[in-house]
Write a protein that binds this ligand. Structure first.
Ligand SMILES: C[S@@+](CC[C@H](N)C(=O)[O-])C[C@H]1O[C@@H](n2cnc3c(N)ncnc32)[C@H](O)[C@@H]1O
Length: 292
């Protein structure tokens, strides 16, 4: 934890521009703040897995939660460290969310921003969830934010549009003040439920001409479907307490844009029994809940 500054360490373009390119999802920060408050009310800390540049973790720490962020990428963590130099209560760990041992327990574990899609096999996914379970105190909560798969879009990738670069977003690169156009080419492998994505960033001058273009290696993302996640949670011994379709606690429906899973590590009992959760996945006090 702690360590160097991003301006001392040359970080890659993805890490450098991540915060400028990726906006918050509607309602997500308020949702995570409520969850972090719930953990704090139990006197427990929050662990964010695949925390990237600390987009979420830092907001929770600034609001008073004790937070640890873990990520595989030293570049992403360098940005997180640089942003949090003045912030207490947050620590960063370089590690793999499939196999880590922080030798402590947390009240809440978060996997925001679709990061869990980076785990490509059921064994990797189960290994990650088992690690999470080990790091949760009994009754502790897990929140996983996943994409709700759009089978129409995936079907188009298989039939016609696969591998074709299209503009997905533009953002301003803070370092140069120039506009960047992010072009992506997606493909979908049905047999493994894998979406493959290649990004080309085109940095533009004031006339809209490309001054620099960068291309990534293809990244592979596993497309998780609802009942696959239910099976995974059961395999690892989590109790699913809510499956939302957005961060406003709406139940998952056909047109939901997201899948947000709230699961709980059951309470342990001396006789080996485990009990089911007594509260749902809305972390706010009873009288203020949205879905009641
Ligand atoms: C799309 S970014 C999301 C970052 C952050 N969760 C957010 O919402 O802004 C995905 C992150 O997952 C991290 N990641 C991918 N595989 C990982 C693994 N096996 N263990 C830990 N982090 C991983 C990447 O380094 C990257 O920072």
């Amino acid at each position: 934890m702690g360590g160097g500054r991003a301006d001392e360490q040359e970080v890659g373009f993805y890490a450098e521009t991540y915060d400028a390119a990726v906006p918050d999802w509607p309602g997500e920060i308020r949702f995570y703040l409520e969850a972090a408050d719930w953990a704090k009310s139990r006197g427990e800390a929050v662990l964010e897995l695949a925390c990237g540049t600390g987009r979420v973790a830092l907001r929770l720490a600034l609001a008073g939660a004790e937070v640890v962020g873990l990520d595989l990428s030293s570049d992403m963590l360098a940005v997180a460290r640089e942003k949090s130099r003045e912030v207490d209560r947050v620590g960063w760990v370089e590690g793999d969310m499939r196999s880590f041992d922080l030798e402590r327990a947390f009240g809440l574990v978060l996997i925001p921003g679709h990061a869990f899609h980076n785990l490509l096999t059921p064994d990797d996914q189960a290994a990650c969830l088992s690690c999470v379970r080990k790091h949760l105190s009994p009754g502790g909560m897990l929140v996983v934010h996943l994409d709700h798969q759009d089978v129409g879009w995936l079907g188009d990738l298989v039939r016609a549009k696969g591998g074709v670069f299209e503009e997905e977003e533009t953002f301003e690169r803070p370092k140069t003040g120039r506009k960047v156009r992010a072009m992506r080419a997606w493909a979908y492998e049905r047999s493994t439920q894998t979406a493959v994505c290649q990004t080309r960033w085109e940095e533009l001058d004031e006339n809209g001409d490309v001054v620099e273009a960068r291309e990534t290696e293809p990244i592979r993302l596993h497309c998780l479907f609802r009942f696959e996640v239910e099976h995974l949670m059961a395999r690892v011994g989590f109790e699913v307490v809510a499956t939302y379709g957005d961060f406003f606690n709406q139940p998952l429906a056909d047109d939901s844009p997201q899948m947000i899973w709230v699961a709980r590590r059951p309470e342990d009992h001396a006789d080996g029994r485990e009990t089911t959760p007594s509260t749902g996945g809305d972390f706010r006090p009873e009288g203020e809940r949205r879905d009641k």
